[in-house]
Design a protein around this ligand. Structure first.
Ligand code: FHN
Length: 417
């Protein structure tokens, strides 16, 4: 691995993390872009600030659910695009401690997840629809800037950058060791040094030398010599790359796919289009088979609870990982081509066969003739027999292959294994 990316190895070995999008937008309950998408004015959105009081917020229960799900790190929105801060920033009044919640929600999150031994990450939005010195996003006039008073206001974007850098400093100074910094997102010409990114990265690295940073500050992580701010891992969203990710020199690039459990990042009261546990497990296996991580998102509601549907899916995935986690944690791409019946993951000389679609009879392992010392069913440890079926030598391509008869069927939807 390119030495530049060695700092990501511990996180990349974790393979499965919890993404959490939570904030004022949980009250309108129509996703985290509701303010922009519905052009909600400052005054209308202020009502959510005035009533935000997640009385059921108990991050210890979130952390326990993540642990039971087999998730080894978490990333929580400290500030999303609406500019509302879940942490007790000294640089703004637009924060949870000034709402009826009256608490530093990030402090409690950090303590609870560390207590469960789960690595702690911060999501931080570069975009800020609330701050007076942040320009309108793209060509759309921000809803809260529709009123006359704002139109004549002079903006000082450097002042916003001082604020943004100052908040990142607060987050990486006041909450102990932080494992991941997840910036979101650069767009159009708002990228790289427009954020004063080199200065920002240097500050981050000085405060948290071991921290891992995503690639959304800008730059090109795929270049042979990426910019200092191009990040430590690539962050595809709602998609799993067709194969492992390599840079222009053919070197593997660490990556993490972030994916929603339903169709929204932030809480959405009517979105019932949840992925099944089977889909999540297959997505996780696919990511690992291509040297990537899966960051799976939940959107807690305005009371501070993760939806039951999400908790049930996380629990089912955790049951599968409890028995099969050896084929995920610390694993990566195999030396063999993808088989037709599923996917391989590999760690050292251990090859894991994830059989998604069973055919008839034994499973055929192309290229493994004479190379399999022993085979075990990971879920229960039972022995599997490497065997060559009767008349198999009549087939043309069995010269290099091996057959293993695996009892049991395909991965069931309910994952009751
Ligand atoms: O605009 C955000 C979106 O709300 C969400 O936070 C995702 C998660 O990666 N990032 C941006 C869209 O790319």
């Amino acid at each position: 691995m390119n030495p530049r990316f060695e700092r990501t190895l511990p996180l990349m070995n974790d393979r499965f993390g919890l993404f959490i999008h939570w904030g004022l937008y949980a009250i309108p309950a129509r996703g985290e872009w509701v303010r922009s998408g519905e052009r909600i004015t400052n005054e209308e959105y202020q009502t959510y600030f005035d009533e935000f009081n997640p009385v059921l917020y108990d991050p210890r229960s979130w952390a326990k659910a993540a642990k039971a799900a087999g998730q080894r790190y978490a990333v929580l929105t400290t500030k999303h695009h609406d500019g509302f801060c879940l942490f007790d920033s000294q640089l703004t009044d637009y924060k949870a401690t000034n709402t009826p919640a009256g608490r530093d929600l990030i402090r409690e999150y950090v303590d609870a997840f560390r207590e469960e031994g789960i690595k702690v990450g911060f999501y931080y939005s570069l975009i800020d629809w609330y701050h007076d010195d942040y320009p309108a996003y793209g060509d759309r006039q921000h809803p809260m800037r529709a009123n006359e008073s704002f139109k004549n206001k002079e903006m000082d974007f450097d002042r916003y950058l001082d604020y943004m850098h100052g908040q990142v400093r607060e987050l990486l100074t006041n909450y102990g060791k932080i494992d991941i910094m997840w910036f979101d997102f650069s767009y159009d010409d708002m990228t790289g040094e427009k954020w004063r990114a080199t200065e920002l990265i240097q500050m981050i690295r000085s405060l948290q030398p071991d921290i891992v940073i995503d690639n959304r500050l800008g730059g090109n992580i795929m270049a042979e010599e990426p910019e200092v701010y191009a990040g430590d891992f690539f962050s595809p969203e709602q998609i799993i790359p067709p194969e492992g990710i390599v840079n222009s020199a053919g070197e593997a690039i660490p990556w993490e796919a972030c994916i929603t459990l339903n169709d929204h990042w932030g809480y959405h009261s009517t979105d019932r289009n949840y992925k099944s546990p089977r889909q999540v497990v297959r997505a996780m296996v696919e990511c690992v088979s291509k040297n990537g991580n899966l960051l799976l998102n939940v959107g807690p509601d305005a009371k501070g609870e993760i939806p039951e549907e999400s908790l049930d899916i996380l629990a089912a995935v955790g049951k599968w990982l409890h028995r099969n986690g050896d084929s995920i944690y610390g694993c990566g791409i195999a030396e063999l081509p993808k088989p037709e019946w599923g996917r391989y993951t590999q760690r050292g000389n251990k090859l894991y066969a994830h059989v998604f679609d069973r055919g008839i009879g034994p499973i055929y392992f192309q290229g493994l003739k004479g190379r399999i010392k022993k085979a075990r069913l990971l879920s229960d440890g039972s022995e599997l027999h490497v065997q060559t079926p009767w008349m198999a030598d009549q087939y043309s391509d069995t010269e290099s292959g091996a057959f293993i008869h695996i009892a049991g069927g395909d991965l069931p939807d309910e994952l009751d294994t």
